[in-house]
Design a protein around this ligand. Structure first.
Ligand SMILES: Cc1ncc(COP(=O)(O)O)c(C=O)c1O
Length: 382
């Protein structure tokens, strides 16, 4: 008998819902990935990189050309000068980056504060490091931090706080005032920050992403995590990065070099080339996804779902109380998938203890317009 190190962890809801969608032939608005491809020039660059022989290990910290491109991007967007040598590490996906950052910092018995609803990879990584997740609920309906509750939760054993803006699943954004408040709370304490910013470019209605990279005080104690998969519509490439001050990066790299050692070489060549040749991609991204959000919300206006357009990410939450108040959200997600032909994600699974009356499901609108139209037609017929 194996004594499980993660006895309460099963197959993730994202895998389960995508499997169910495939079994039922449902339109899959559940798992967060595009049903369209990344840019042609990027995909061609990978093919070229493979054929040109860029197929052996890349440097442990990432291809220098790609780290240089990330440094340029951060300079341009957030006004921070990072050392490509000492502060940027390319990883096989944001998930691996998060895992390594947690393992670099968390000792047995340390507490890590996470905000529910929260992304599902944080807690298992904390548990495997011997740490304890302290769950703070975000305040409904706008998924904002409950500051008095956070202050009360911080104690002598708190080692790390994990934030995620733009936020999966709600799309909520942290403001500059939020970052200032957080800085004041952890000042004079031995607490670090993990800032999951994989949706950094998916911010709508003219809002500006408040990266921790803009915040001098917070950055000094932060790991900032990004994902090329999200930004370039290639989630299957599983390539991400961590930005952190030199001392933190050095600790992170000790873990990273024995989890994977490095990220996939030809993908890094292609990403570096594409970032250099197509800086307009980043500028166009918010408009591209805002148009999809607007289309989906306009189509859904004729349904009985109730929602406020998402301020960021490629997710839209919707309340289904007017349709099936008798079903909890897991049952609702199954019913929508099996009976109505549209797969979604229940929001309660992002909580340790979900609010009892939660009637929210999450739609992913990173889909072709015809997919969104077909799904909305089904949803409006309910
Ligand atoms: C909030 C959040 N963090 C991290 C990730 C993981 O990104 P990657 O695919 O680069 O590992 C995701 C993917 O869905 C996410 O939603």
């Amino acid at each position: 008998m194996i004594q499980s190190k993660l006895p309460h962890t099963g197959t993730t809801i994202f895998t389960r819902m995508s499997q169910l969608a495939a079994e039922c032939g449902a339109i899959n608005l559940s798992q967060g990935f595009p049903d369209f491809d990344g840019p042609d020039a990027l995909r061609e660059a990978v093919a070229r990189a493979v054929l040109q022989g860029h197929n052996q290990y890349a440097p442990m910290t990432g291809l220098p050309a790609l780290r240089e491109q990330l440094a340029l991007k951060v300079q341009r967007l957030y006004g921070r000068n990072l050392s490509a040598q000492d502060e940027i590490t390319v990883t096989p996906g944001a998930t691996q980056a998060i895992f390594c950052a947690i393992h670099a910092l968390v000792h047995p018995g340390d507490e890590v504060i996470v905000f529910d609803p929260c992304y599902d990879s944080y807690e298992p990584a904390v548990q495997l490091a011997g740490g304890i997740c302290v769950h703070q609920r975000l305040r409904l309906p706008d998924f904002a931090i409950d500051w008095p509750a956070l202050e009360a939760a911080i104690g002598a054993r708190t080692r790390l706080i994990i934030i995620n803006s733009p936020h999966n699943p709600s799309g909520a954004l942290l403001s500059r005032a939020d970052l200032d408040r957080l800085a004041a709370l952890i000042r004079d304490r031995d607490i670090h920050l993990l800032s999951d910013e994989v949706y950094e470019h998916l911010v709508f209605d003219g809002a500006e992403h408040q990266s921790v990279l803009r915040h001098d005080e917070l950055y000094q104690r932060a790991f900032v995590v990004g994902s090329f998969g999200k930004t370039y519509h290639v989630t299957g490439w599983k390539t991400g990065y961590v930005l952190a001050p030199p001392a933190l990066s050095a600790e992170l790299r000790k873990v990273h070099q024995f989890v994977s050692f490095t990220a996939v070489t030809p993908l890094q060549w292609a990403l570096a080339e594409f970032m250099q040749q197509h800086p307009e991609h980043l500028a166009e991204l918010p408009g591209f996804y805002q148009a999809k959000r607007d289309l989906f919300c306009a189509l859904l206006a004729d349904s009985r779902f109730v929602f406020t357009p998402s301020p960021g990410t490629y997710f839209q939450l919707a309340d289904y109380s007017a349709i099936r108040p008798d079903l909890d959200d897991v049952a609702m997600a199954e019913w929508l998938t099996r009976e109505q032909g549209v797969a979604v994600i229940p929001v309660s699974v992002f909580y340790r203890e979900p609010p009892a009356d939660m009637r929210l499901v999450r739609f992913c609108f990173a889909k072709r317009d015809d997919t969104l139209r077909a799904a909305a037609q089904r949803l409006c017929a309910i």
